[in-house]
Design a binder for this molecule. Structure first.
Ligand code: NAD
Length: 506
């Protein structure tokens, strides 16, 4: 928390249709991770601001028009938001890049995906049947199961895909007719603030969309525990997710958790039998591990490779990792940005150091790069790092590093490959590379992860559910299940010919 002398503090708390400063007057500088310099100052909200925002969201839900707005109108509004995102794509993409340390191209892709999420949920609700009639066994009974909005949704998001993660919550919550209060990561709030303005511009009624910028321990914790919040949807680390679930428990609110991952990328030798196959598998392993400097929940951070091809594969992977062009994401030709913060880089350094002590062999990276015109000295850069000869007892293999580090383990048989890939307390995503279609389906069926890619890595579809097994979370985002998170289910049983039951004789 700090006061900036040069930058004007913005009012970034939106409650009941008004932009405000923090009640306490506190502010926070937002740093560009490429040079550690502040580029914005936002309100540093606390519990009091959360209470105001929740009261506004509660009023808008209990008394406002949004929950009862016809679904076609709700869908039309979501489509208008998608159009506004497309209109502002360049500006938002650049802002996301600066805030989260991405390349501008990654920022643009993020905004396209955000617009897709709004369109997907618009189409999903607009095309739905209004309820499911169930057979009650009598023509005198009309029985229907309907879905209703939950109420006030609390949303807490991380810094790696700030607006994308927010959109996976905001779009289904609004499609279902809820109101919400969102708390973006305190270090990357800028695009979430911007999207609130777009929602207002699209015509969302007052009090439906609210935001409180501020830290997790106060703003996030208050959102999780507040009795007037009906659901808390959290994306972030597993440790914070457990705290959210604990804070939410006494009020028995619904909890959705999208947490960390330690994702295996399993490569069978048959996938590398041709030069083209080898090149594709290496290229995608590079992408799996190093896109956005590995700060991706589904990063392919564990390369699990058949022993016979390990040397050739890892040599090529390391050669290409060394060539990745690191720098400020807004500079031409840069392929990878910095880590998001000094704290995040220190964590990565700690893991690499511990891996080397435990016997890992460094094949590339393992250090900060030299500064260059594209890489300011104070930026939080770290070289793409390949650690060979790893094993499952190492911390770097077991825990989520969330940085540009890939570990290499080997197997000899399909059973060994599956056992290694499943040997994690997480279960978010995993990849399988093989030219054998039967093996691909067999292995995919045995992996205990929420998304399995066969001969690919990283793509997701808004119409397919996203989420984790094990400590990677509870619930799903995207797809029909991602909408269901934001709804209550109600059974309406109507007796068309009521008569006494005479259970009691008197
Ligand atoms: P984090 O857990 O530190 O923070 C996430 C959010 O939670 C932030 O807004 C933070 O302020 C808030 N928070 C922190 N403590 C809190 C508390 N006690 N109560 C309520 N809120 C609290 O995570 P991060 O470092 O911002 O993000 C990285 C993590 O997010 C990684 O573990 C990554 O795997 C995970 N992630 C998961 C997915 C997914 O889809 N499963 C997607 C993106 C990121």
């Amino acid at each position: 928390m700090a006061e900036s002398t040069e930058l004007q503090a913005r009012e970034t708390i939106h409650a009941g249709g008004e932009w405000r400063a923090a009640t306490s007057g506190a502010t926070r500088e937002i740093l560009d991770p490429a040079d550690a310099l502040p580029f914005a100052v936002v309100a540093e909200g606390d519990e009091k601001d959360v209470d105001l925002a929740i009261a506004a969201a509660r009023r808008a839900f209990d008394e406002g028009p949004w929950p009862h707005t016809p679904v076609t109108e709700r869908a039309a509004l979501l489509r208008r938001v998608a159009d506004l995102l497309v209109r502002d794509r360049e500006e938002l993409g650049r802002l996301e890049a600066q805030d989260a340390g991405k390349t501008v191209e990654e920022g643009r892709v993020d905004i396209d995906c955000v617009a897709d999420a709004f369109r997907y949920f618009a189409d999903l609700v607009a095309g739905e049947a209004p309820g499911r009639v169930v057979d009650a066994g009598s023509t005198d009974i009309h029985s229907v199961v309907v879905h209703e909005p939950l109420g006030v949704c609390g949303m807490i998001t991380p810094w790696n895909y700030p607006l994308l993660q927010a959109s996976w919550k905001i779009a289904p919550a609004l499609a279902a007719g809820n109101t919400f209060v969102i708390k973006p990561s305190e270090i990357t709030p800028m695009t979430t603030i911007a999207v609130i303005d777009l929602l207002v511009e699209a015509g969302l009624p007052e009090g439906v969309a609210n935001i409180v910028t501020g830290p997790g321990h106060s703003v996030g914790a208050r959102l999780s525990e507040h009795p007037d919040v009906d659901l808390v949807s959290f994306t972030g680390g597993t440790v914070s997710g457990i705290k959210v679930a604990e804070a939410a428990a006494p009020t028995v609110k619904k909890v959705a958790l999208e947490l960390g991952g330690k994702n295996p990328n399993v490569v069978f030798a048959d996938a590398c039998a041709t030069d083209e196959g080898f090149d594709t598998a290496v290229d995608q392993a590079l992408n799996a591990a190093f896109i956005h400097s590995g700060q991706v929940c589904s990063a392919g951070a564990r390369l699990i490779i058949e022993e016979s091809v390990r040397d050739r594969f890892v040599t090529e992977l390391a050669r290409r990792a060394e060539k990745i062009r690191l720098g400020r994401g807004t500079e031409d030709g840069v392929e990878c940005g910095p880590l998001v913060s000094e704290q995040q880089r220190a964590k990565v350094e700690m893991y690499v150091e511990s891996a080397l002590k435990e016997g890992a062999v460094l094949r590339s990276g393992g250090k900060r790069p030299e500064p260059s015109p594209q890489r300011p000295e104070n930026g939080y850069f770290y070289e793409p790092t390949v650690l060979d000869h790893c094993h499952r007892e190492m911390r770097v293999v077991r825990e989520e590093v969330f940085g540009p580090v890939v570990t290499v383990e080997t197997f000899r048989t399909e059973d060994e490959a599956v056992a290694l890939a499943n040997d994690t307390e997480y279960g978010l995503a995993g990849g399988v590379w093989t030219s054998d279609a039967g093996r691909a389906r067999r292995v995919a069926g045995r992996l205990r992860h929420g998304t399995i890619w066969i001969n690919d890595f990283h793509p997701y579809l808004p119409q397919a559910e996203w989420g984790g097994f094990g400590k990677s979370g509870v619930g799903r985002e995207l797809g029909p299940a991602g909408l269901a998170e934001y709804r209550e289910t109600k059974h309406v049983y109507q007796n068309l010919a009521p008569k006494p039951v005479r259970w009691f004789a008197g």
